[in-house]
Design a protein around this ligand. Structure first.
Ligand SMILES: O=P(O)(O)OC[C@H]1O[C@H](OP(=O)(O)OP(=O)(O)O)[C@H](O)[C@@H]1O
Ligand SMILES: O=c1cc[nH]c(=O)[nH]1
Ligand SMILES: [Mg+2]
Length: 207
């Protein structure tokens, strides 16, 4: 199931992000800002528990987020562009990394790194990667996380392609996807159109 976050600020910033004139510095800043806005919606249903506190004036029953700390998972490299923004919301969250790159010929993900915190079964895992194209990287990352014990996961991206969403949902029907937009289609190189180009290269200035 995909939820498109159609907040006007998300959509305005996404337009700026897509433009080919947008510089590396601006691209990075916009990713961070959009990630914060997406994160706000994605974490809307975090459970709360009561806590008694004292204000300077009196004792009161307040609330706090309950349960073990959240875990954010960045799918390297481009996930790093989203991680910063969502961390602004929950600075104490635990962080895991899944290193994947797409083989240019087959478009299949190749794994090169995996490191996640302890206690994955008790944590809500928010997996972040700006692009869900064929959906194979997202599905592979979630498979690895489930093998590491994760039970409750959400996937957050900026752009998704319809083909990739179908693939991901078939592989992981229990994992909801949140996106800023669902674009038209993939091209022969499995790039999203109209898209924003190569997210990793635009974030890091590698092309
Ligand atoms: O849905 P898919 O077809 O699998 O494609 C999406 C993947 O491609 C991009 O990463 P890339 O392989 O370019 O690596 P990078 O983040 O290191 O640039 C993107 O960040 C996703 O991880
Ligand atoms: O359009 C795409 C597809 C995969 N990865 C990207 O960075 N962009
Ligand atoms: Mg890339």
């Amino acid at each position: 199931m995909v939820t498109v976050i159609d907040h006007p600020l998300v959509q305005h910033k996404l337009t700026l992000l897509r433009r080919k004139e947008t510089t590396t510095g601006e691209f990075r800043r916009l990713c961070r800002e959009i990630a914060l806005l997406l994160g706000y919606e994605v974490l809307r249903d975090l459970p709360l528990e009561p806590i008694t506190i004292e204000t300077p004036l009196e004792r009161m029953q307040a609330v706090q987020v309950s349960g073990k700390k959240l875990c954010f998972i960045s799918v390297l490299r481009a996930g790093e562009g989203i991680l910063d923004g969502i961390l602004d919301l929950v600075p104490s969250a635990r962080i895991g990394h899944v290193g994947l790159y797409r083989d240019p010929a087959t478009h299949e993900p190749v794994k090169y790194y995996f490191k996640v915190p302890e206690g994955m079964a008790e944590r809500l895992c928010i997996v972040v990667d700006p692009m869900l194209a064929t959906g194979h990287s997202a599905a592979a990352a979630v498979t690895m996380l489930k093998e590491a014990g994760a039970r409750r996961l959400k996937f957050v991206c900026l752009l998704a392609a319809p083909e990739g969403l179908a693939w991901f949902e078939a592989a992981h029907p229990d994992v909801p996807v949140f996106a800023a937009a669902v674009d038209r289609e993939l091209d022969d190189h499995a790039y999203i159109h109209p898209g924003l180009g190569d997210a990793g290269d635009r974030l890091f200035g590698t092309k």
